[in-house]
Design a protein around this ligand. Structure first.
Ligand code: ADP
Length: 171
């Protein structure tokens, strides 16, 4: 079933105007490659300074900071699991990332949030399985939070877009 509050886009997440963008960070929260590097480059050094005060983040959890020079007011940093064949609780950990991000969205009264495809880059999570979890958790959050108006999934390449389109056709 499709929900018009769930949207797909192919932009760079650092340019997105939403109340929050989500960063696929690593346990240190001190920056890295991929989407993490891109977010820190655009947000500027104050983001790293705030991240240093947080003392890292365990896999599956999430932390919120300001967005600094980003168009988004907030950045929610979450640490996805590294894919190790699917036997190391990867699906549960990825679902917890999304749930913990949506908890912060709710606690802060945010109305829109944009996610990258967490764990599907360097961390190697299969795109279709990851998209299915992302859509399932977005549907759950939208059902539970009437203040939430828009959940945007940022697809950085066509494979990612196809994976989300497929997941959206599933019940
Ligand atoms: P992870 O370590 O969680 O796998 P990556 O940053 O390597 O994180 O990749 C996560 C996803 O973010 C991948 O689908 C990648 O293509 C995508 N990505 C990379 N840069 C950007 C960006 N600037 N905006 C949106 N998505 C991005």
């Amino acid at each position: 079933m499709t929900d018009s509050r769930i949207q797909l886009t192919e932009e760079d997440i650092t340019g997105i105007q939403a109340d929050a963008i989500v960063n696929a960070a690593n346990n240190s929260l001190l920056g890295g490659g991929g989407v993490d590097g891109a977010i820190h480059r655009v947000a500027g050094p104050e983001l790293l300074a705030q991240c240093r005060t947080l003392g890292g983040c365990p896999t599956g959890e999430a932390r919120i900071t300001k967005g600094y020079n980003l168009p988004a007011a907030w950045v929610i940093h979450t640490v996805g699991p590294v894919w190790r064949g699917g036997t190391q609780r990867e699906p549960e950990l990825l679902a917890r990332c999304y749930r913990n991000c949506f908890s912060l969205v709710r606690e802060h009264g945010l109305r829109s949030v944009a996610f990258p495809a967490i764990s599907t880059g360097v961390y190697g999570y299969p795109k279709e399985e990851a998209a299915r979890i992302a859509i399932q958790e977005a549907r759950r959050a939208l059902a539970e939070n009437e203040n939430l108006a828009r959940v945007l999934f940022v697809c950085f390449n066509s494979d990612t877009r196809l994976a989300y389109e497929k997941a959206l056709t599933e019940p």
